[in-house]
Design a protein around this ligand. Structure first.
Ligand code: SF4
Length: 462
């Protein structure tokens, strides 16, 4: 098991192209999740939460496209070793101390094999999707201690191998993950056969243990029943058993309690918390329900129109929300505001993000919008205590809890003019990199610690 994040998502972009428009459903999403921790992703319907999860699992169908410049790095050492052994010509060898973006020629000369360049489809195109940060090519895959497999760059067969056995998903509608024409036991045994090579009595015993683990009484008898013979709560438990059948390290839960009554919802949350403790699972929990997030998440990412607009530890996010959208979501939770007749709501609805962001996508609904919000795309900046605390030199796990918001109201320490100049410069610099807009004209923009992703902050400063 890795000490740092088990899953790192960076600059993830998923677009859907139709005859009439291009929908940027996920537009530059970054996050890390570590073993034993829960990241909550929250936002209204249409904010891109579910597409993010499906992209991680390689479940985006036509006309969806995943931008190859983004990455989904899976860090399990055993999976890295196995994938490196089966794809030796797709491995990039880096020393743990070296720059992880080290050039191809550097890596090739260190490996002494030049095999990667032999396998590259085009001159100058790097098709290596396994990166080793601790290990040496002379020892082969067996000597690999740390690294990652990039599931965006990997061939479909590798993504399919990771799906279910390494990263599993629990869907909102249990019926969608249970086949109505097979018994529950049959479906679990099939997974055990394909992914773990179990058969016969051993597979049946393991399936019964899984049902018992998720709190289904009389599991031996239940194995022979069909999904329609289970109640809604029991169906969701069976779906969780299916997701855990291959002992994954990461569990993506997409609204797993929506549609269940509050008692069953609480039982499912209890179950997920217990399973996470027992298995050291890294959980990404997706929901529109702030109440559920406040109960289950260690860290929270708030999504709006394809982007993460605020992230923080759950304690900070609920105690000191900074982004106007997060504030609106929190104000609309019953019981978290004073005793009033009518709960506040956020007027309007989530827009369809069909253009590259050149403004704040929340501006039409934001009670604090300024004219500049229509022309400048805000970048993440540290807020609250993190706006003044010293940087974490090592990055990664500690930085994953850093409180940041993508809003032109921050950093508060700067004047309005300086804040806008800093965001403008950062946005123009990023767009310039991708060839969209060109360089910022404001070379005197003040330095602010703009933040693109946990642990990878220094790349994007203006
Ligand atoms: S950038 Fe402007 S519109 Fe967007 S959340 Fe901040 S204040 Fe509101």
């Amino acid at each position: 098991m890795t000490d740092g994040p088990i899953l790192s998502v960076e600059a993830l972009r998923t677009t859907f192209h139709t005859d009439r428009e291009t929908v940027r459903a996920v537009d530059g999403v970054d996050f890390d999740v570590s073993p034993g921790r829960t990241l909550g992703i929250v936002g209204e319907s249409g904010s891109g939460k579910s597409v993010t999860a499906r992209t991680i699992l390689g479940l985006v169908d036509d006309p969806g496209r995943v931008d190859p410049d983004g990455s989904v790095r899976y860090h399990d050492p055993e999976f890295v070793r196995r994938t490196a052994a089966s794809h030796p010509d797709r491995v990039r060898w880096l020393d743990a101390e070296s720059d992880e973006t080290g050039s191809r020629s550097e890596a090739d000369s260190r490996s002494g094999t030049g095999s990667a360049s032999e396998s590259a489809p085009d001159e100058g195109v790097d098709d290596r999707f396994v990166t080793v940060t601790d290990g040496h090519p002379d020892e082969g895959a067996g000597g690999i201690e740390a690294g990652w497999v990039d599931l965006v760059a990997a061939p479909q067969a590798v993504t399919e191998e990771a799906r279910g056995s390494e990263i599993a998903m629990v869907f909102q509608d249990a019926a969608s993950s249970l086949n109505p024409v097979y018994t529950v036991g049959n479906q679990i045994r099939e997974l055990l056969r394909i992914h773990r090579g179990l058969d016969g009595e051993e597979a049946r015993r393991t399936a019964a243990t899984l049902l018992e683990d998720v709190g289904i009484p009389d599991p031996e008898r239940r194995l022979d029943e069909y999904p329609h013979q289970f109640s809604g709560g029991m169906q969701q438990r069976a779906a969780i058993a299916l997701a855990l059948a291959c002992d994954p390290a990461v569990l993506l839960c997409d609204e797993p309690t929506t549609g269940l009554d509050v008692t069953i919802q609480a039982q499912i949350l209890d179950l997920l918390e217990r399973l996470q403790r027992e298995r050291e699972l890294a959980v990404v929990f997706i929901t529109h329900d702030m109440g559920v997030i406040s109960r289950i998440a260690d860290t929270v990412a708030v999504m709006y129109a394809g982007e993460i607009v605020e992230r923080a530890s759950a304690e900070r996010l609920f105690g000191e929300p900074r982004h106007p959208y997060t504030e609106g979501l929190l104000e609309s939770i019953p019981g978290l505001v004073a005793d009033i007749d009518l709960l506040p709501t956020i007027d309007g609805s989530v827009p369809t993000p069909n253009e590259p962001a050149t403004s704040c996508r929340f501006a039409p609904r934001c009670p604090e919008a300024m004219p500049e919000c229509e022309t400048v795309h805000p970048r993440h900046v540290p807020v609250g205590d993190d706006a003044t605390s010293p940087r974490d030199e090592t990055g990664d796990a500690a930085s994953a809890d850093r409180h940041t918001a993508a809003c032109l109201l921050y950093p508060e320490s700067l004047s309005r003019r300086a804040r806008l100049a800093a965001h403008e410069a950062a946005d123009a610099s990023r767009a310039g990199d991708s060839g969209d807009l060109g360089e910022s004209e404001d070379s005197d923009a003040p330095h602010v610690p703009l933040d693109r992703s946990p642990g990878k902050d220094d790349e994007d400063q203006p």
